[in-house]
Design a protein around this ligand. Structure first.
Ligand SMILES: C[S@@+](CC[C@H](N)C(=O)[O-])C[C@H]1O[C@@H](n2cnc3c(N)ncnc32)[C@H](O)[C@@H]1O
Length: 213
């Protein structure tokens, strides 16, 4: 998707992807990554997800990446945290105790810029990207985080019935993207109640990715 697509979504408040409650896949399965409290968790394409509140409450440190500065401002307001804002060549960095969010295109990030990462939480990030971008995205995550454990939440549905985002990312694609580097465990495979966007039958899948030794 073009950046303008997402900026427009935030400006018009068409953010149906934003969940009011913590994602059940996160609360049920994040512990399975085995990350100790205090670990730095990368949340790519983070929007203003409430899941960041949960991670912080659980004692994790959060590093986010988000294109829309409007989303990032709302995130900090809702967290009731006053950020320090630093201007860099690739975008602004919002920082407050326990959290740092990089605004701008995630593909501009490097391992040096984000620092050490211990785990990744991907909800509505991989599935937000069209097929042509997903290989580059998976490679980017591995490169800038040194192949750390991930919890990845995806949807599967008949892509002929509906356009993304969110896109359908079937198990076979998860295997192509991640199996060379990770042991894959599908820890949840459940129906989306009422269908995706109320339009088509879909499943929500939660994947635990454990780095291969
Ligand atoms: C479907 S939303 C999911 C947001 C969040 N993960 C959640 O669960 O609510 C995808 C988000 O990715 C952001 N985004 C899209 N392309 C991006 C890019 N290239 N770099 C950084 N953020 C991007 C959008 O602005 C949007 O907030």
């Amino acid at each position: 998707m073009e950046a303008t697509f997402w900026h427009n979504k935030w400006e018009t408040n068409e953010i149906g992807f934003h969940e009011k409650d913590y994602n059940p896949g996160l609360t049920r399965h994040f512990g399975g990554l085995g990350l100790p409290s205090g670990s730095r968790v990368f949340v790519p394409l983070c929007g203003k997800t409430r899941d960041i509140h949960w991670l912080l409450n659980e004692g994790f440190k959060v590093v986010g990446a988000e294109l829309s500065e409007l989303a990032v401002k709302q995130l900090f307001e809702e967290l009731k945290k006053q950020p320090a804002v630093e201007d860099t060549a690739t975008g602004k960095i919002y920082t407050a105790p326990g959290i740092q969010v990089f605004t701008g295109d995630i593909f501009q990030l490097t391992g040096n810029s984000i620092g050490r990462i211990d785990g990744i939480y991907d909800r509505a990030a991989l599935v937000a990207l069209p097929y042509a971008m997903r290989t580059g995205y998976a490679e980017l995550l591995r490169t800038i985080t040194d192949t750390v454990p991930q919890l990845v939440i995806t949807f599967t549905y008949d892509q002929n019935q509906m356009d993304g985002p969110p896109f359908s990312v079937p198990a076979a694609e998860i295997e192509v993207l991640y199996a060379p580097f990770y042991q894959l465990d599908q820890v949840q495979d459940s129906e989306v109640k009422g269908g995706l966007k109320g339009q088509c039958e879909a499943k929500v899948n939660v994947w635990r990715l454990t780095p291969k030794a």
